[in-house]
Ligand binder design. Structure first.
Ligand code: BES
Ligand code: MN
Ligand code: MN
Length: 462
């Protein structure tokens, strides 16, 4: 029987070319200018699933962008793996910081990817990682090695909050019934240190608005005599962290899961090089909540960060003005047991209470989602572990991530199934940033490892 390794080496160029073609379509879900391209991408995915051997593929319309669904049911008595991924991408901005155009993929060598990496928006998040599953499916069907049933659900609105996917999942519980959900939309520690993501943070995203005088004012004539909304907003934001970098929002930590000393020690065993971390970011020091390590700060601890702030005059030269309004976008990354709706409310109450006389404050919630922790004592984790062992020759390390995929907790609620996160990207792959890339080695290694998961999961389910 042909091995995945052999099949991949025979079809490597085609596997790369197909991904390159997919990456050329700017499927930016956040920007309605790209509507036709997003829809076109869903059609390309549909065709690719058909070619990969799915029996039944359909484009499912939603109030937003379509979901591509595909399945191959070989035996009702065998387990079913549901693969989830997303075909939409983040906007490429700021475009002038890209070394090559974001939708004209090029393969270049990097220090961490000596065999080359594909540079393009979406290469790692998540077209490249999603497409590994399509190619793994192709391998399994073409060589008669699909061991169980498979369902694909590939959406086009992950980067804008998956609102319509939630709508779809609630309405299609039976159709989506499965034994495990498999997702490649996270990362791993390094190419020689495989890891399985065991946690995702939740999210609460809000926009705040501070309004002072009814018009922009001359900063000489009125300066010092009225509240300046930008000064006020800066002060309010600064007060959201104390001197230990704890978040000051009342009640914020009430439900935060505290890990035991043993759990934290176990976490601390994961390889991490602080000097390399700083060097890669060109910073001379890390920064964060007192009493926690860098790896803890960006995974098991909640955060509050300004993502954008604006107001007043930002054009060329100087303009002496006190703006009538100031704005900021704020994200809070949440950890297990923090409820995003409750945190959003706590933030709103707290932030509004900070407003001094002379201004009004408005807090508008955007979107959010719950965090998720995957069990490591179930067969899905054990099957994934075996899969990595067979292709990397090493036992993967469980690692909680700081990122969010809010739909995962909804899957558990609506479909009653656990998710396994087999990510093959690196943190340094620059997802959401200029020059996003995905290692060619990682792409092919993913295609090789996924069928192993299917095999072991089916075996262990017996
Ligand atoms: N794939 C990422 C999430 C991710 C990346 C998790 C790396 C773990 C490691 C996903 O596409 C994403 O960007 N999610 C958003 C949240 C969403 C609601 C916009 C995020 O984490 O900011
Ligand atoms: Mn993603
Ligand atoms: Mn993303």
């Amino acid at each position: 029987m042909k091995s995945a390794k052999e099949y991949i080496s025979e079809h490597k160029d085609r596997f790369l070319n197909e991904l390159v073609e997919l990456l050329k379509i700017p499927s930016i879900s956040a920007d309605s200018k790209y509507k036709d391209e997003v829809i076109k991408t869903s059609e390309v995915i549909k065709k690719s699933l058909e070619k990969a051997g799915c029996d039944h593929v359909e484009i499912c319309e939603t109030p937003g962008y379509p979901i591509v669904y595909g399945e191959k049911i070989i035996d009702k008595n065998l387990p079913t793996v549901l693969v989830y991924g997303h075909y939409d991408v983040q906007p490429p901005d700021p475009i002038n910081l890209w070394d090559s155009p974001p939708f004209e993929p090029v393969i270049k060598k990097t220090e961490l990817h000596p065999e080359g990496a594909i540079f393009a928006r979406g290469s790692c998040d998540d077209k490249g990682q999603m497409y590994m599953h399509v190619k793994a499916m192709e391998f399994m069907t073409a060589t008669n090695q699909l061991p169980c049933n498979v369902k694909f659900m590939i959406e086009g609105e992950e980067e804008v909050g998956s609102v319509n996917l939630a709508w779809y999942v609630e309405r299609n519980q039976e159709k989506l019934a499965n034994d495990v959900i498999l997702i490649s939309d996270t990362g791993m520690i390094a190419n020689n240190i495989p890891s399985i993501t065991t946690g995702l943070r939740g999210l609460s995203y809000v926009e705040v608005e501070v309004t002072g005088p009814n018009r922009d004012l001359h900063s000489g004539l009125y300066g010092g005599a009225v509240a300046n909304p930008i000064n006020v907003l800066a002060k309010m934001i600064a007060s959201l962290h104390d001197e230990n970098n704890h978040i000051t929002v009342k009640g914020f930590y009430d439900k935060v899961e505290e890990l035991t000393k043993a759990e934290r020690e176990k976490m601390g065993e994961a390889p991490f090089n602080l000097e390399k971390y700083k060097k890669a970011l060109d910073i001379d020091a890390v920064y964060g909540e007192k009493g926690y390590t860098t790896n803890e700060r960006n995974s098991i601890r909640p955060t509050l960060d300004v993502n954008g702030i604006w107001g007043g005059y930002i054009g060329e030269g100087a303009k002496t003005v006190i703006a009538s309004q100031a704005f900021a976008k704020i994200s809070m990354r949440l950890v297990p047991h923090q409820d995003w709706k409750e945190i959003t409310q706590l933030f709103k109450t707290h932030f509004e209470s900070l407003a001094p006389a002379g201004v009004t404050v408005k807090v508008t919630p955007h979107h959010g989602g719950q965090g998720y922790v995957t069990p490591i004592d179930n067969i899905a984790y054990k099957a994934a572990e075996k899969a990595y062992e067979s292709t990397f020759g090493k036992t993967p390390i469980p690692q909680r991530s700081g990122g969010s995929i809010p739909i995962v907790s909804l899957f558990e609620k609506e479909l009653k199934s656990k998710t396994i996160l087999m990510g093959f990207g690196l943190d340094s792959d620059a997802i959401h940033s200029p020059n996003e890339h995905f290692g060619v080695w990682n792409y092919l290694k993913g295609i090789e490892t996924i069928p192993q998961f299917f095999h072991h999961f089916t075996q262990m389910s017996k």
